[in-house]
Structure formats: structure tokens, C-alpha cells
Design a protein around this ligand. Structure first.
Ligand SMILES: Cc1cc2nc3c(=O)[nH]c(=O)nc-3n(C[C@H](O)[C@H](O)[C@H](O)COP(=O)(O)O)c2cc1C
Length: 193
């Protein structure tokens, strides 16, 4: 079993999502002795923006790296993603990764009946960190709603969100939100059952 662990926060050791993704991955490691974990820190080791040159595969080394990023995603059974809420959306480093894995003909395709996702059968766990409080259905949410849309579009039905929000309101809000988020991490065994 393979787990891909992505962190994207720019806040280093002060990051809420980094703390929580590590806790989620630790739970999976405890539950699955055979688990292989691949880790990417897209903040310290970002992918370049998607450009016309990268789409055209003009740079062989970049094309090879992009294919490796796609294969790493395709081969994962579980993907754990730290997704901070930055400027009403996600970090651009995470967007650059999504641009490498949401690929026509590879993870989705258009048919005469409409779009079809091709990357089903894996589980995505999104760890959401938010300075403010937006709940489940805010019109200002271009983070969780966007990520659900992207992963749903490419065929992934099993998308779970672990959220710590309101963390910028006060140190107490942050501590409470983190404690609630930790408590909401479900047992991987129960999920797999
Ligand atoms: C560049 C930047 C932009 C942010 N934009 C927002 C925002 O639009 N709305 C919000 O509620 N919080 C915003 N925040 C606060 C973060 O959502 C909050 O710090 C959260 O903990 C981010 O997750 P992290 O700690 O893992 O980086 C922003 C923080 C940063 C650093």
C-alpha cells in the first residue's frame, strides 16, 4: 500500500496543516505495517508553473519530471494533502502540482456523454487550515470546494476533509481548532473496512 504525503504550507514549523498531515500519516503508518510513504514538500521544493513550454513538453527534463509527478500520484492508494487557505484559495505551489495531475487523457477525458474521471480507486485526505471561519458552504471558499471539485472531476469519490479553522482569531482559537482537528482524524482501519 502506498501513501503520498504532500505539504504546501509556507509557514514552516508554525504551520497548522503540517502538524495535522504528519498526524494523519502517523495514524496510517500505525495501522498498515506494509505502508510505503512518499513525501513531497512543495514549499521547499516547488514545481514550476504550468506554461506553454511545459504543456508542449519543450524541455525534456521538465517533461520527465512532470511524468514522474503524475506517475507518483497515479500509483498512490492514499494521498494526504496539506492545503492551507491562502488568499481565498490554495497555495500556488499546490496549484502547480494539480496542474501536473489533472491531465486530459490521463486522469480525465471528455466523451460525447461529457467528462469522465480516470483516476478513481484512491482515497484523498485534505487537511485544511484556515485563518478565518468559513464553515462548509461559504461563497468565499475557493479552497476546499475547489479541491473537492478537482478530485471529483478526475474520478476520486473518496475525499475527506480534516479542517482547523479560525486559527488566526486568537491563540486559544488556534489551540481549540487544532485539538478538534486532531480528534476528527479517523482510524484508517475503519476507513479501509
Ligand atoms: C499568504 C497567506 C494568505 C492567507 N490568506 C488567508 C485568507 O484568505 N483567509 C483566511 O481565512 N486565512 C488566510 N490566511 C491564514 C491561513 O489560512 C492560516 O494561517 C492557516 O493556518 C494556514 O495553514 P498553515 O498554517 O498550514 O500554513 C493566510 C495566510 C497566509 C500566510
Amino acid at each position: 500500500m502506498k501513501l503520498l504525503h504532500l505539504d504546501t504550507s509556507a509557514l514552516g514549523t508554525n504551520s497548522v496543516t503540517r502538524e495535522l498531515t504528519a498526524a494523519v500519516v502517523a495514524r496510517w503508518q500505525d495501522a498498515h505495517a506494509d505502508l510505503t510513504v512518499e513525501y513531497r514538500d512543495l514549499d521547499s521544493d516547488p514545481l514550476p508553473h504550468l506554461t506553454g513550454r511545459s504543456l508542449a513538453k519543450a524541455d525534456p527534463a521538465q517533461a520527465e519530471a512532470d511524468e514522474a509527478t503524475l506517475q507518483q500520484f497515479l500509483s498512490a492508494d492514499v494521498v494526504v494533502i496539506g492545503a492551507p487557505f491562502y488568499n481565498f484559495s490554495i497555495p500556488s505551489t499546490l496549484k502547480a502540482w494539480i496542474d501536473r495531475v489533472a491531465v486530459a487523457g490521463r486522469t480525465f477525458r471528455y466523451t460525447e456523454a461529457g467528462p469522465e474521471g480516470l483516476a478513481g480507486g484512491k482515497q484523498v485526505i485534505i487537511v485544511s487550515g484556515r485563518g478565518g471561519q468559513y464553515g462548509d458552504a461559504s461563497p468565499a471558499d475557493f479552497q476546499e470546494a475547489y479541491l473537492r471539485q478537482v478530485f471529483g472531476f478526475i474520478g476520486i469519490k473518496d475525499v475527506e476533509i480534516i479542517r482547523a479553522e479560525g486559527v488566526a482569531y486568537s491563540p486559544q482559537h488556534r489551540a481549540d481548532a487544532l485539538a478538534a482537528a486532531h480528534a476528527s482524524i479517523r482510524s484508517p482501519m475503519a476507513e479501509a473496512a
